[in-house]
Design a protein around this ligand. Structure first.
Ligand SMILES: O=c1ccn([C@@H]2O[C@H](COP(=O)(O)OP(=O)(O)O[C@H]3O[C@H](CO)[C@@H](O)[C@H](O)[C@H]3O)[C@@H](O)[C@H]2O)c(=O)[nH]1
Ligand SMILES: [Mn+2]
Length: 685
């Protein structure tokens, strides 16, 4: 057997990297499509010179935005790659006793929306990793400061016998934790600090008295009405400090409370990239995709977010690496203290990432210091949140923090094993989905229009492709403009008998068709190549339209009003509670409306308008026996109708609790009438 080679790079023992072959086609197609876009703008310019109307101007602006957003997606398509790891070879290179310590952070915030029992589940799943227990510490941050969560954890830690005496002592009759909680929990704006070591890996053994348990720490930071707590980013920074005092492991995993570990060998896989022996000096974090359990067959709300969590990260992995998506991410602790060659010393020397903890985790000195660093004033006048730790200033702290880290020069790795490393919950009703996306929209615009905008700061720091990748997300919400315009303008014009697109026999007609089919076709193909199905793609494109008309629109409005000084809600935690009725409908693939919300109104307006316009258009074809002038408009309205089928059903055919409330239907219908009346006066003159 040959043992040495003299030429070429040394073999990569623990992981491999393969560029996707489709990158070549992607590049060629990008060039062709760019030419088509240029001709479209030539056409627009001609039209604008000819006459500038509300219609031609709106279409022009819409197409500028669509074209720009298309250009940002190209960054993901230039060099997508896949990786493979070989954790089974790890022990050839690294002895188990030399494995680095790991600190695992789990965030929870709201015992109503995040049932403590599920949080416990998540914690138990990571405590069960195949990894030397004495090197594993699990920190649970409870931003709800909820007694139940804490007790649930004591229960988990001590294998029971905590809940019952508690009930007896407090004379509680509702002995089901959930029920007790619902009736007794009071939310307070202030939160007292609590750091409790529930399990200590130096002392606690399992029930057979054989194996040591990992450390388990329950932690709830101090909060006060007068100091901003910065939501999850604030919680994570507090965790960074507390864990720094107690264990200071060089590797950190951040998890949301609903993302449980689905593979006990994940930590070894991560070592292939992050252990000191194999880590490239500027490699900062390893991101796993967010994957979910319980999706319905068509994934009606496109909760899979295939682009966000799979396709785009593969694309960025061929550049400097994927963005951080908030959960399922392993960081090298050092990244939170300045760029690879620009170390920032924390104000408390014990927090330095190279500090070695020599005191027991529950010694008085350690606990005192841990209390000190979880106080709400300990970040005053420090670098935390600006240059150190997770960054403040955006509701999407994950995206923003990853972006700033990459601007500092940290690279990252996308690790996507075939068995999902983590599985999470998805929202199962439309209002939760739309609210979540609205929160993201606000957070993204906060970054997009800040002095650290990816478009300026990002491109300068990381070059055009990485900058465009991040800009793609920052300006997601701006899609509301073209989507809303295309959803209503062609129909309104059709109803007013105004043709706004080229006729069927004009060459420009074919340009429009090519642009549409080209973009949609490539999108569909991409989706399917990334392990997707056609029905899920169809849901995905529908949700893009729905988000555009709702989340992006309202998110942009709220962002603007925030800028004008109107206060807003902040981080509205997504509900992880499963209502039986709703779950059943979700599993059948039925859209869940149920509540009346302004978020639904634009969707219904567009649905009604497109239907009326489409029927009117068909009638017109029969009367005039020609479809030359209005063909594209009828096509667009028809496309709208096709996408709105679940809405018509929810408005008129259904009688279950998840239908669209009559009130919302009436409001929306009235508004559609008003919109038509306005268009009559504006477009006709
Ligand atoms: O003040 C807060 C608010 C939230 N959280 C936690 O943050 C996590 C994410 O919250 P969730 O409501 O589930 O948000 P999603 O929109 O579902 O989450 C996505 O988007 C967030 C950014 O908006 C990221 O933080 C998440 O990792 C990402 O999965 C949960 O574990 C919460 O408990 C806190 O710890 N403190
Ligand atoms: Mn979530």
């Amino acid at each position: 057997m040959k043992t040495t080679t003299t030429t070429g790079p040394p073999p990569q023992p623990l992981h491999s990297l393969k560029p996707h072959r489709r990158r070549h086609l992607n590049r060629i197609f990008a060039a062709v499509y760019t030419l088509a876009i240029i001709s479209l703008f030539y056409h627009h310019t001609l039209k604008l010179f000819h006459s500038t109307t509300i219609i031609s101007l709106s279409l022009f602006i819409s197409d500028v935005i669509l074209a720009y957003m298309w250009s940002t997606t190209q960054a993901f398509r230039m060099n997508p790659v896949s990786r493979k790891e070989f954790p089974e070879s790890l022990e050839k290179f690294l002895e188990r006793k030399d494995f680095p310590a790991m600190d695992i952070f789990i965030c929870t915030a709201d015992p109503y929306k995040e049932p403590p029992i599920n949080v416990v589940n998540t914690a138990l799943s990571v405590m069960a990793y195949d990894y030397p227990s004495e090197k594993l510490s699990v920190y649970v941050s409870d931003d709800g400061g909820s007694e139940l969560t804490m007790f649930a954890f004591m229960e988990a830690a001590k294998f029971g016998k905590v809940w019952l005496p508690f009930c007896r002592e407090n004379n509680i009759t509702d002995r089901c934790p959930d029920a007790y909680f619902r009736s007794n929990y009071v939310v307070s704006a202030d939160q007292v600090m609590e750091v409790k070591v529930l399990l200590n890996s130096k002392q606690d053994v399992d029930i057979n008295g054989k194996l040591l348990m990992p450390n388990l720490v329950y932690f709830s930071r101090e909060k006060s009405k007068t100091t901003p707590h910065h939501f999850k980013a604030g919680a994570l920074n507090a965790l960074l400090r507390v864990s720094g005092i107690m264990t200071n492991a060089p590797i950190i995993l951040t998890l949301d409370c609903d993302m449980y570990s689905n593979d006990p060998s994940t930590l070894e896989r991560v070592l292939c990239y992050l252990s000191d022996k194999f880590r490239k000096p500027n490699c900062g974090y390893v991101q796993f995709p967010q994957r979910f359990h319980g999706l319905n067959k068509a994934d009606i709300y496109a909760s899979e977010h295939k682009r966000l969590f799979l396709a785009n990260p593969s694309g960025m992995d061929g550049l400097f690496g994927p963005s951080y998506v908030g959960t399922g991410c392993f960081f090298h602790r050092r990244v939170f203290f300045g760029g690879p060659s620009a170390y920032i010393e924390p104000e408390i020397p014990a927090l330095s990432p190279s500090n070695i903890v020599d005191k027991p985790i529950n010694s008085e000195q350690t606990l005192n210091l841990a209390h000190h660093v979880s106080g709400c004033n300990c970040e005053n006048k420090t670098n935390w949140g600006s240059k150190m730790g997770f960054r403040y200033g955006s509701l999407v702290e994950d995206y923003y923090s990853g972006f700033r880290l990459q601007c500092e020069g940290w690279h990252s790795i996308f690790c996507n094993p075939s068995r999902p490393a983590f599985l999470g919950d998805v929202p199962i009703n439309l209002i939760d989905v739309l609210s979540q996306n609205k929160r993201w929209s606000i957070g993204l615009l906060e970054v997009g229009f800040s002095k650290f905008s990816p478009l300026t700061f990002g491109i300068r720091a990381m070059g055009i492709l990485m900058g465009q990748s991040y800009a793609h997300y920052a300006f997601w919400p701006v899609w509301f403009f073209p989507i809303t315009t295309y959803a209503i303008l062609p129909s309104l014009a059709l109803l007013n008998a105004i043709p706004i697109f080229p006729e069927v026999y004009e060459p420009w007609f074919f340009l429009y068709i090519f642009l549409f089919i080209g973009a949609y076709g490539q999108d569909c193909l991409d989706f399917i190549l990334y392990e997707g199905t056609f029905v899920r793609w169809w849901s995905d494109q529908r949700m893009w339209l729905i988000r555009g008309l709702s989340s992006y629109l309202f998110g942009s409005i709220e962002y603007i009003s925030n800028c004008l000084g109107v206060p807003s809600h902040g981080f509205n935690v997504t509900s992880k509670v499963m209502d039986d009725d709703q779950s059943k409908r979700y599993d059948q693939g039925i859209f869940e409306f149920g509540v009346s919300s302004p978020l639904f109104v634009p969707l219904i307006i567009a649905a009604i308008l497109n239907l009326v316009a489409f029927l009117g258009g068909i009638l017109h074809i029969f009367k005039e026996r020609s479809l030359d002038n209005f063909f594209i408009q009828i096509l667009i309205a028809g496309f709208g109708v096709l996408n709105s089928l679940p809405l018509y059903e929810a408005m008129v055919l259904r009688s279950d609790k998840g239908r669209i409330p009559i009130k919302t239907t009436i409001t929306s219908t009235t508004l559609t009438g008003v919109l038509y009346a306005i268009s009559y006066f504006i477009l006709k003159t």
